[in-house]
Design a protein around this ligand. Structure first.
Ligand code: BGC
Length: 726
């Protein structure tokens, strides 16, 4: 990108303090949404913040809400600061603003990137109306270890699925009318990079990873987000094989700007530059500032490390002015690209704020998105869908709960408007059936007489809806778990209710894959309902009563036991693959469990049955530059119309580096009417078969490949083709 004369003129006139000021993003104390949780971070009140803005010592503010107050802060920046540089207003608007959509993991279960694009668009419309220019989303980290609390914010364990959602969300946030459009919200893929690969699934832990795994597994969703138009990115907290991501020159400069030609700005995660000292990677603040800036980290979030350290480093010559100028240029360029120099008050119109909250279309979208995110794992004896005349007992701590509908990362939603399970069921039943509601136990503790009351209700019901799982606080940042199970008090409730013999439908609330056990695993029916957002109760009722057929598929593998973690379907082939049914052989498996998942990636049932024919290939030998067309006839053999997620997997038989047992390459959600046969059709080229080869290149290698078209990652019979050499 050529230099913008307006920006060059500003840089020429800025003092070092003003330059460093542009590199700082701080919590918006003028219009705060909540108390700051990080005690070590800079804390300022509204007056002090305004003073900093007036002095030109702030480039951006984040996590404030409301257009009117932002307008006033912007006025101070533009009219009262020496150079009049407008502020950028950022926020964590992750899966909805006022109208809350399913958590990203739940939405990924829809296997519909288009849906994510639409919810991101709705989110952008509401957020930009509330005085926000820039969101710290999408989170595009790959989550292969379900102990990690931030799985909830991801699109799951698969790179192709996550890349499709990353791109869709960027398109949705930013819109297609250009970055200066009044409802375009700047996207920030995060956390760059490999934050999901923390050892042991413990948040903030270190990441020891090969460059091949980094490139093949963790980096592609970022690339997809940039290709979709993202011009900002957030660096991660973790180190990557010993070098913290936020001071990692190879990552932030050589790869990002050199190899990928990224010309936007890198913002640190919250105090990540300061944390270089705790990592033992920087001596003091000056050293931390110097290492981060010279590595390619442009903006510092919520620490004073840049503000205090950079002037010293400039003064002593250890950071050249040109390096500081380049970071400032990047920040100002982003401001210019979203039109802030032309209209500093864009997105800051108080009247529009009111207009854009809780639009009917957004509520309808929230209900549809929630329905499409639900995954049915079991449905013995076709217990579901229910009829409206059945006698239902809704049991469990989530039955009427309103505080755990939205998920761990929602700042601006309005809880009072969210629809609980009980409300959704009552609305669906009208007067047709009967509904008894019993809490049974707390999230983690028994309650007096709770189990007895639940058992009594179960005995007199035709069916039990057991609303159990994880409360919101079990997932999200710093919420890693060692045992990814339903809490014991709820498991006790489940066992007692199941013992009544009344059929049980588990309505699982979860921010990660869980190891389901005992009566929960054996319930007649299981619906994975994640945290579905504002329309939870309506959406669950829609699926329960068959107004919608479940169409979600697992974006993360459900293990048999917590100790299997990290467990993901696309693991490498070992030299001793397990032999099913022969646990005594010296093969890759656990003493107690096979290597496989209980419910694998891609799994999910519908209200019908589907039959997959053998895939047909356009050629058994694929020329180096040719396109392979793969088709498969899928028949709905049941009597209900459904939507099926048809999945195409590939396996490279012999390669210069050991390859995964299977890899998802394509997927398509297709509506299939009862009795109908459709032909799913996919195309592949050698680009889809490329990986990081033994010599460090990125290429496909000639040879034989297995290919499956299947309903999930462990199903189907492969057919084989050969990729011919050039
Ligand atoms: C999180 C980021 C978030 C940032 C700002 C950090 O603690 O890791 O995901 O965007 O805070 O709130």
């Amino acid at each position: 990108m050529g230099h913008d004369p307006r920006i060059e003129d500003l840089i020429a006139r800025m003092t070092v303090e003003e330059k460093v000021g542009q590199l700082g993003v701080f919590a918006d104390a003028v219009r705060p949404f909540a108390p700051d949780v990080n005690p070590e971070a800079v804390a300022r009140d509204a007056a002090a913040t305004m003073e900093e803005v007036r002095a030109g010592r702030v480039g951006a503010l984040f996590n404030g809400v409301g257009a009117a107050l932002a307008r006033e802060t912007q006025r101070v920046a533009v009219e009262e600061s020496r150079l009049g540089i407008p502020l950028l207003f950022g926020a964590d608007v992750i899966h909805g603003m006022r109208t809350v959509f399913p958590i990203p993991l739940g939405e990924a279960a829809s296997f519909e990137p288009d849906l994510a694009e639409r919810t991101a668009r709705a989110t952008a419309i509401e957020a930009t109306a509330a005085g926000i220019h820039w969101t710290y989303a999408p989170m595009v980290d790959i989550a292969r270890d379900q102990r990690w609390g931030r799985v909830a914010e991801t699109s799951g364990e698969d790179t192709v699925l996550a890349s499709a959602f990353a791109a869709a969300r960027v398109r949705g946030f930013q819109g297609d009318a250009g970055l200066t459009a009044p409802d375009s919200l700047l996207a920030t893929p995060k956390h760059f990079a490999a934050y999901g690969a923390v050892l042991g699934g413990m948040d903030y832990n270190s990441v020891d990873i090969s460059e091949a795994a980094l490139r093949d597994i963790h980096l592609p969703p970022f690339k997809a987000a940039f290709d979709a138009g993202a011009i900002t990115v957030m660096s991660a907290f973790n180190d990557i094989s010993g070098v913290p991501a936020s001071a990692n020159r190879w990552l932030l400069t050589d790869l990002l700007r050199g190899e990928w030609n990224f010309d936007g700005l890198v913002v640190s995660d919250y105090t990540a530059d300061m944390e270089l000292m705790a990592h033992g990677y920087a001596e003091d603040e000056v050293d931390a500032a110097r290492r981060s800036l010279t590595a390619g980290l442009d903006m510092s979030m919520q620490s004073d490390v840049y503000a205090r350290g950079l002037p010293v480093a400039i003064e002593d010559g250890s950071v050249p002015m040109a390096v500081l100028d380049e970071a400032v240029r990047r920040v100002l360029s982003v401001k210019a690209r979203i039109g802030l120099f032309d209209d500093p008050y864009r997105c800051l119109d108080g009247a529009r704020d009111e207009d854009r909250s809780w639009l009917e279309a957004h509520t309808a979208l929230a209900r549809d998105a929630a329905r499409r995110s639900i995954v049915m794992l079991r449905n013995e004896h076709e217990l579901l869908p229910l009829t409206r005349s059945q006698k239902i007992a809704l049991i469990g701590p989530f039955a009427s709960d309103r505080d755990n509908l939205e998920g761990c990362w929602n700042l601006f939603g309005e809880r009072d408007r969210a629809v609980t399970l009980e409300e959704g069921l009552r609305a669906a039943l009208r007067d047709a059936g009967s509904l008894a509601v019993v809490e049974g136990c707390g999230f983690e503790d028994a309650i007096d007489g709770g189990v007895e009351a639940a058992v009594a209700a179960a005995r007199t019901a035709d069916v039990v809806l057991l609303a159990i799982g994880e409360p919101e606080r079990f997932s999200g940042e710093a919420q890693s778990r060692t045992q990814i199970v339903v809490p014991p008090a709820q498991q006790t409730l489940a066992e007692a209710v199941a013992a009544t013999g009344t059929p049980v439908v588990v309505l699982l609330r979860n921010g990660r894959a869980l190891a389901l056990q005992g009566a929960v695993a054996e319930a007649e029916a299981i619906l994975v309902t994640w945290f579905l957002g504002a329309e939870t109760g309506h959406a669950v009722a829609d699926v329960l009563f068959g107004d919608a057929s479940p169409s979600g598929r697992l974006p993360v593998s459900f293990p048999r036991d917590s100790g299997q973690q990290p467990l993901f379907y696309n693991h490498m082939r070992t030299g001793r693959p397990e032999l099913p049914g022969k646990p005594w052989e010296f093969k890759a498996r656990w003493r107690e469990h096979p290597q496989s998942a209980l419910y694998p990636f891609g799994f999910g049932l519908t209200y019908s049955t589907l039959d997959y024919a053998s895939p047909q290939l356009s050629a058994l030998r694929l020329g180096w530059n040719d396109t392979l067309i793969v088709t498969c006839a899928v028949t709905n053999t049941g009597d209900r119309d459904v939507e099926e997620v048809v999945q195409l997997y590939v396996h490279d038989r012999v390669a210069s580096r050991v390859r995964p047992v299977r890899e998802l390459k394509r997927f398509q959600k297709i509506a299939i009417k009862a009795g109908e046969t459709i032909e799913a059709r996919f195309t592949l080229t050698r680009a889809d078969l490329a990986f990081t080869t033994a010599d460090g290149g990125h290429a496909a290698e000639p040879g034989r490949f297995d290919i499956w078209i299947a309903p999930h990652s462990m199903a189907g019979e492969p057919v084989t083709f050969e990729l011919l050499a050039a």
